[in-house]
Design a protein around this ligand. Structure first.
Ligand SMILES: [Zn+2]
Length: 187
């Protein structure tokens, strides 16, 4: 009897794998909350007893080798008495309103340090805006949100995003001279 298992590659808590579909386009894994655990509010992290509705969402994960992996996740919308509103439960492996797993988002951010947003989007087969928004979210977490409030003196600069100045695309950067903070980056 085989002891092979895919679960070590998906170390997600409080969920249960219940199906898998493999096609030429990739692999889809079906996940639902483990009913042994009460749902947790994604805002205040308190347990919620009132389930408002069930929902389902495809969430892109890291590729497994060359295979594209999508997690079809069932989750609950709960009424949190502490927050006083209906919210998506926290299943830890994805942000409530994102369509990629946290670990894929981290991988995207790391790639964006060495590749352009367009390169990353093409490499992973994702929408350019999805990649840009993830990169922006991580940058704001790391460096804080851009403060446009006291912009008075601006400097404009251009950087090559690849080696070789002739063919290299450039990015135009505007930065506040006072606090050396980039406030706009364009093509
Ligand atoms: Zn709450």
């Amino acid at each position: 009897m085989s002891s092979l298992s895919i679960t070590p590659y998906f170390p997600f808590c409080r969920v249960h794998f219940f199906g898998q579909r493999v096609t030429e386009e990739g692999s889809t894994l079906r996940i639902r909350p483990d009913k042994r655990y009460k749902p947790v509010c994604s805002v205040c992290s308190r347990h919620c007893a009132i389930i408002h509705a069930w929902a389902k969402r495809p969430i892109r994960d890291l590729n497994c080798g060359a295979v594209k992996v999508v997690i079809e996740c069932r989750y609950r919308k709960v009424f949190c008495t502490n927050c006083g509103r209906i919210l998506v439960e926290d299943l830890a492996f994805f942000e409530p309103y994102q369509r990629v797993t946290k670990r894929l988002a981290r991988y995207i951010y790391d790639l964006c340090k060495i590749l352009t947003v367009q390169d990353v989007a093409e490499h992973l087969g994702l929408d350019w805006k999805t990649v840009k928004d993830i990169d922006k979210t991580f940058l704001e977490e790391e460096y804080g949100e851009t403060n446009y409030g006291d912009l008075t003196i601006l400097a404009v600069d251009e950087i090559a995003v690849r080696k070789g100045h002739r063919q290299s695309p450039y990015r135009r950067i505007q930065e506040s001279v006072r606090n050396r903070q980039a406030c706009y980056t364009g093509k």
